[in-house]
Ligand binder design. Structure first.
Ligand code: FNR
Ligand code: LAC
Length: 351
């Protein structure tokens, strides 16, 4: 049956993927309480909609850091797209560009950033890509990665800060799923311009000093991804950061971490409009997007649903996942009495 919502895509992907790959994508840390909580926190929120507001003409368009988006849903960085589909990140990039939104390309992609950028550039009026990075213990390699992202035309860097060490993914431990199958590689970690590849390892001594260092290496906007505490949001402000993504890595790092939508309001209040705040984790419905925007998010990002779409039908599958969410959001706006993104505010939520 044709999938009619994002959850149908998950079911279809579960049928199609080898179990260890499905579990790598779907799973999280330890008991996966945060994986669940990211979802259930949205279902606990209730919308108190408005009526009689002429919603015949609606626009979902918005801008984030001066980048225009057709609707406020970005693609969160996720690793290893070629585990889902042979075209991998290239299919995802085409779908994002066609939909008029930004793909945040993972540093641990199975396609080099240059090739993803080349595909993005073939689509008229495509928003630019953003590049997600981890700061590795090897700063030279990290600097090279930043320069490659700049040269490839990426519009921002997304520094993931929730991973000084790797979370305990028990599904992967059970399946002994620790290596990519033959033929796939961490494509950004091959020799480039004579620079030898670094080993992919997290930097356990990562601090705000690394953020300042990264700031000094580039003029690109930098967003910090993985913030859940308002005090860290305030520190981000004093370290020259340009945006925040409230995220707990989809519940894959610290289990029993707070649901992102629950802490979004306090982070929005802490930064008080000085930075755009985005949020990811558990967004599966148009009403979830509306709730996140109502609580002050400039935009949201989705991770796993993109992998399900990619698994089921490559570029078309990712495109349909985005389109289903866009249509649901458009419907939710109409039923809430909102004709444009700026009309979505906290009054819509019964807290
Ligand atoms: C991720 N995520 C992630 N984040 C990141 O900064 N770099 C990465 O390489 C990855 N890789 C990755 C792989 C897989 C399989 C998943 C599911 C997630 C986290 C991702 O960007 C995002 O924070 C969450 O996926 C958002 O939650 P949902 O939408 O999956 O619920
Ligand atoms: C993950 C890493 C790669 O969540 O970010 O699997």
């Amino acid at each position: 049956m044709e999938p009619v919502n994002l959850s149908d895509y998950e079911s279809a992907a579960r049928e199609k993927l080898p179990l260890e790959i499905f579990d790598y994508y779907a799973g999280g840390a330890n008991d996966e309480i945060t994986v669940q909580e990211n979802l259930s926190a949205y279902s606990r929120l209730r919308l108190q909609y408005r009526v009689l507001r002429d919603v015949s003409q609606r626009s979902l368009a918005t801008t984030v850091l001066d980048h225009s988006l057709a609707f406020p849903v970005l693609i969160a960085p996720t690793a290893f797209h070629r585990l889902a589909h042979p075209e991998g990140e290239l299919a995802t990039a085409r779908a994002a560009a066609q939909a008029g939104t930004i793909m945040i390309v993972s540093m641990v992609a199975t396609t080099p950033i240059e090739e993803v950028a080349k595909v993005n550039a073939t689509i008229p009026n495509a928003p630019c890509l953003w590049m997600q990075i981890y700061i590795l213990p090897d700063r030279n390699f990290t600097t090279e990665m930043v320069h490659r992202a700049e040269a490839a035309g990426c519009g921002a860097l997304v520094l993931t800060v929730d991973s000084p060490v790797f979370g305990q993914r028990e599904r992967d431990i059970r399946h002994r799923f620790h290596e990519l199958p033959d033929g796939l590689s961490l494509a950004n970690f091959t020799t480039f311009n004579g620079i030898a590849p670094a080993r992919f390892e997290f930097k356990a001594d990562l601090t705000w000093e690394d953020v300042s260092w990264l700031r000094s290496t580039t003029d690109l906007p930098i967003l910090l991804k993985g913030i859940v505490h308002p005090d860290d949001a305030c520190l981000a402000l004093t370290h020259g950061v340009d945006g925040i993504i409230v995220s707990n890595h989809g519940g894959r790092q610290l289990d029993t971490a707070v649901a992102t939508i629950e802490v979004l309001p306090e982070i929005v209040d802490a930064v008080a409009g000085r930075l755009p705040v985005l949020v990811d984790g558990g967004i599966r419905r148009g009403t979830d997007v509306l709730k996140a925007l109502a609580l002050g998010a400039a935009a949201v990002a989705i991770g796993r649903p993109v992998l399900w779409g990619l698994t089921v039908a490559g570029e078309a599958g990712v495109g349909n996942v985005l389109e289903l969410l866009r249509r649901e959001m458009d419907l939710a706006m109409a039923l809430c009495g909102c004709s444009s993104i700026v009309e979505i505010n906290r009054d819509l939520l019964r807290l």
